[in-house]
Write a protein that binds this ligand. Structure first.
Ligand SMILES: *[C@@H]1O[C@H](CO)[C@@H](O)[C@H](O)[C@H]1NC(C)=O
Ligand SMILES: *[C@@H]1O[C@H](CO)[C@@H](O)[C@H](O)[C@H]1NC(C)=O
Ligand SMILES: *[C@@H]1O[C@H](CO)[C@@H](O)[C@H](O)[C@H]1NC(C)=O
Length: 167
């Protein structure tokens, strides 16, 4: 009885999962904005799906027209990088074999906020580019006692309302 779905899955998988044709691969980034705190490190998590080895592919991270990080010929090319990001960015080279093209930015600044793009120009795909929005919050805004208190208050209020509704 359970065989039919398994067979359908297997057939779909034979068609889609084997071969690892680059054409079917795409750059994936989270749709929701990533929130970082001023001064802290952040990882912009993008990857190639389904995973293929991208160690030989050029990878360009940019913020608007600014080149944030360029990787090509199996190496980071800092000559093409904007001054603003000098010494603050890195890719996880050892993870690129499994399609991980996440970018780490150290000591994030307010001016780093914006719409980032991750571009693999040599990927044989219609989706060579992914976008992710970075939001940078003030240090003070984070973890201040009053803030967590009011959050706690709000949570208690929501829980109370839910309990009342259930009863
Ligand atoms: C890619 O690697 C980074 C660093 O190890 C990790 O934080 C991130 O979760 C990885 N992303 C995926 C999709 O595996
Ligand atoms: C990015 O470009 C848009 C449109 O050109 C502009 O409105 C925006 O201010 C720019 N953002 C940054 C962070 O430079
Ligand atoms: C980021 O920029 C791209 C290209 O201009 C656009 O398609 C996308 O909607 C933008 N994303 C956000 C969250 O602004």
């Amino acid at each position: 009885m359970m065989l039919a779905p398994i067979m359908v899955f297997s057939i779909v998988c034979v068609v889609n999962c084997t071969g690892g044709y680059e054409k079917d691969t795409r750059v994936q980034c989270p749709h929701q904005p990533l929130i970082a705190v001023d001064g802290q490190d952040v990882i912009l998590p993008c990857y190639v799906e389904p995973p293929i080895n991208v160690i030989t592919l050029t990878t360009e991270w940019s913020l608007n027209a600014t080149l944030v990080h360029v990787y090509r010929n199996r190496n980071d090319d800092i000559s093409l990088q904007d001054e603003e990001f000098r010494g603050r960015t890195s890719l996880f080279h050892e993870r690129m074999e499994s399609g991980n093209i996440s970018l780490k930015i150290s000591a994030v600044k307010k001016t780093d906020a914006g719409n980032y793009s991750c571009f693999l120009p040599k990927l044989h795909s219609d989706l060579k580019r992914g976008y992710i929005t970075l939001v940078v919050e003030d240090k003070e805004k984070h973890g201040s006692p009053t803030d967590s208190c009011s959050n706690m208050g709000a949570s208690i209020a929501v829980v109370s309302i839910l309990i009342i509704m259930v009863i």
